[in-house]
Ligand binder design. Structure first.
Ligand code: FES
Ligand SMILES: [Fe+2]
Length: 361
């Protein structure tokens, strides 16, 4: 960190957040080559359960196989291109809504009416296009790049650290989710998430309800994983949103667009960001609990978070997008406190190194 401080670092030039050409390179070099969050495995618990989602304009779905394993396919019929499924559901066969070609859960074409005896029509050669799928402590990620390093190679040690922090995390299931358009570039949202320099200014209730801001710190997880680990002591006392006495706070940000948050006392939640275009992103805020049950205490935390921290960040990031388009803005110095802590943006400096690598030609 010392050389970072002595060298000094400026905020990134605005084109990284506003230039469609930069975003176009990130689409190919970043979002189509790195591990993107799909959903939690509990969203597809039974045979034939599927969950559809998108990475930019690429539509995909995860589906549970008869043997209990999970696979991911592009959500596109191999006949003339209609999507096969929407949102989530359960199917024994995947039947295309256009001409009713049907596919097995394994993606193999099963039926195409009117093709019997047609010369050259070989049903066995037609199959949905599969995408790599992997799990990190029950959180499913996909990668459109067949050559990319595996999830475990990309984030060595991260799953073990999550399991060490919360050994029963696999008992959590999807409970509730809400989402919002952010009207900003995805990197603005991710940077905002990955620094707490603004927490005491902009998030007074988070800083008094969940964590002790004095103890907040964000560090690169390791030299060989593009991950940032946030840690803090739990907030206690009468301002706490719930009984936080069980364990402290940790968050594991997984480059580029997912973060797993372990709130005090094992309250699991996540953020994931789905870029829409250079100036818009949809953020998903998801909560998990044992058997997916939302009791009054959890609902209160979800509502408080949505009405305070989440809403406060939506306002900030939208305004930053506008500010970065201002002709009067020139990038200022990052605040790089050698001791880290809440008043430091060295996590932003790490993000900038990673984004330059993924965006520059
Ligand atoms: S596009 Fe799917 S059956 Fe024709
Ligand atoms: Fe924030």
């Amino acid at each position: 960190m010392d050389d970072m401080v002595s060298r000094g670092k400026q905020a990134l030039p605005p084109r990284y957040y506003t230039d469609p050409a930069v975003f176009g390179r990130q689409r190919e070099q970043l979002f189509f080559k790195t591990w993107q969050f799909a959903c939690h495995e509990s969203r597809v618990p039974g045979t034939g359960d599927y969950y559809a989602f998108s990475i930019l304009d690429q539509d995909l779905f995860v589906i549970r196989q008869k043997d209990g394993s999970l696979r991911c396919f592009y959500n596109v019929c191999q006949h003339r291109g209609h999507p096969l499924v929407e949102r989530e559901g359960r199917a024994r066969l995947l039947v295309c809504p256009y001409h009713a070609w049907s596919y097995g859960l394994d993606g193999k074409l099963k039926g195409a009416h009117g093709t019997k005896g047609q010369a050259g029509f070989d049903r066995s050669k037609i199959c949905l296009t599969e995408v790599r799928l992997d799990s990190l402590a029950g959180f499913l990620f996909v990668n459109l790049d067949a050559e990319a390093p595996s999830l475990a190679e990309s984030f060595p040690g991260v799953e073990d650290a999550i399991l060490a922090f919360l050994p029963d995390i696999r008992e959590r299931a999807f409970a509730q989710e809400h989402e919002a358009e952010e009207f900003c570039n995805w990197l603005i949202a991710v940077e905002n998430y990955n620094e707490c320099y603004h927490c005491r200014v902009a998030h007074p209730t988070f800083a008094s309800g969940v964590i002790d801001p004095q103890s907040y710190d964000i560090q690169p997880f390791s030299a060989d994983a593009k991950s940032l680990k946030h840690s803090a002591k739990a907030q206690s006392g009468e301002t706490a949103w719930y009984d936080t006495s069980g364990s402290d706070y940790a968050s594991f940000y997984i480059w580029p667009a997912f973060s797993l948050q372990l709130y005090p006392s094992g309250l699991v939640n996540s953020y994931h960001w789905r870029p829409v275009d250079v100036a818009n992103t949809v953020v998903h805020r998801t909560w998990y609990s044992k058997e997916g049950v939302v009791d009054d205490s959890l609902q209160r935390v979800i509502d408080l978070d949505r009405d305070t921290t989440f809403a406060e960040d939506l306002k900030l990031v939208k305004r930053i997008q506008r500010g970065l388009g201002s002709r009067g803005y020139s990038p200022g110095p990052l605040v790089l406190n050698p001791d880290g802590g809440i008043d430091s943006e060295h996590s932003i400096a790490a993000l900038h190194d990673w984004v330059r690598e993924a965006s520059d030609t």
